[in-house]
Ligand binder design. Structure first.
Ligand code: ACO
Length: 344
């Protein structure tokens, strides 16, 4: 009889760059017309971390991945594949996972494993977890390094014009190793969705490949990024409304498929885009506060890095323990969304 392995998270790692930017700093250091009170009241965010000039997304991913591999108790040579989720890649191409592979020293080891990028914004980690789980269950891989990493600070409009977006985001990287096991534990289900009708509700254009040239040119024929294309734009209220609807919807789908209720779940990890979105959902469906872990207050929205950062911190502070049933849920640009149920 062929037995299908389970996929479980064998190790986690998390890294944020050292520079802390408080809400007050956005006003006093960056000259943005905002206030600690406005940001805190509407989002719950108190501070975030920004990378320095010269630091890229793959650089942030390295320490998180090293820690996850160490905590998983495996060697780099045991990793069969790298999956990297980001909306702030190092460059247009090749994928940031390729740079990460090199920076992790895999090439010196002669360990030329596949490295693949996932471009699903705040849902990127869950798209990656679904992919990793399937690869493990198929028997193709035994250990997959899955990392979400973002350098938002370079690509947000840190001016009053961009204050609705720039006050929300922070830099960081969260990594896990997803491993095969014969034990009765691990990822029980993953649920993903997308609605392309809202692709412009939160996006960053930079170039349009349908045009010749694909970025405008100045009089000398040099490519220039059009002012309105360089920064992300967001229809905040539209995002808020759909985040609530889709996250509740995908949670219900997961509960139904797994035949569980809120009472069966020990810990909920909601994507950290806005604490008010999560509190609203909790109230709507009756998730008790003590079953939720949050860290948006300290990091802002770190997009693909958020869910692994929550897992890592919850393991470190003892809230997440072996045997617990954990539900992850996210929503992001696209729109995209996802959930996963894990027996830890
Ligand atoms: N500081 C001060 N004032 C601000 C700021 C700020 N940081 N940001 C916006 N404002 C102003 C606006 O300019 C506006 O001023 P005006 O009335 O003079 O025009 C006023 O505050 C109200 O703006 P709204 O956008 O209507 O504020 P809202 O109550 O909707 O809150 C917020 C904005 C917090 C962004 C909210 O809409 C939200 O959280 N939306 C969801 C965002 C989200 O989840 N994004 C991440 C998606 S995940 C991903 O994939 C990347």
């Amino acid at each position: 009889m062929i037995t299908v392995p389970n996929a479980y998270i064998s190790g986690t790692g998390f890294y944020v760059p050292p520079k802390v930017v408080t809400n007050d700093d956005l006003k006093t250091v960056y000259g943005i017309d905002t206030s600690d009170e406005w940001i805190r009241q509407r989002t719950g965010i108190e501070e975030r971390h920004f990378a320095e000039e010269g630091v890229s997304t793959s650089d942030l991913a390295v320490p998180a991945c090293e820690e996850a591999i160490r905590n998983a108790g495996v060697d780099k040579k045991d990793i069969d594949m790298i999956l990297l989720a980001t909306l702030s890649p190092d460059q247009c191409f090749p994928g940031t996972g390729i740079y990460l592979q090199k920076k992790l020293g895999f090439c010196e080891l002669g360990h030329f494993v596949p490295a693949m990028d996932i471009r699903n914004q705040c849902s990127g980690f869950l798209y990656g977890l679904g992919t990793a789980t399937s690869m493990i269950k198929s028997g193709a891989c035994k250990n997959i390094l899955l990392v979400g990493a973002e350098t938002h600070s370079a690509a947000i409009d840190l001016s009053t014009k961009g204050r609705d977006v720039c006050s929300l985001f922070g830099d960081g990287a969260g990594a896990v190793v997803v491993s095969a096991t014969e034990e009765d534990r691990g990822v029980r289900g993953w649920y993903l969705g997308a609605d392309g009708r809202f692709s412009d509700a939160l996006h960053m254009v930079i170039w349009e490949i349908r045009h010749r040239p694909y970025v405008p040119q100045d009089a000398q024929g040099n490519g220039i990024v059009a002012a309105g294309s360089m920064w992300p734009t967001m229809q905040g209220k539209v995002v808020f409304k759909h985040a609530v609807e889709r996250m509740i919807g995908v949670l219900m789908q997961a509960f139904q498929d797994q035949k569980i209720t809120i009472e069966d779940v020990d810990l909920f990890m909601f994507h950290q885009a806005n604490l008010r979105i999560n509190q609203y959902i909790q109230k709507q469906i009756g998730v008790p506060e003590e079953k939720c872990v949050n860290n948006i207050q300290r990091y802002g929205n770190t997009t693909a890095a958020t869910l692994p950062s929550l897992m890592h911190e919850a393991l470190q502070d003892g809230r997440l323990k072996r045997g617990m049933k954990v539900v992850l849920v996210a929503f992001g640009s696209g729109f995209t969304w996802g959930a996963s149920v894990i027996d830890w």
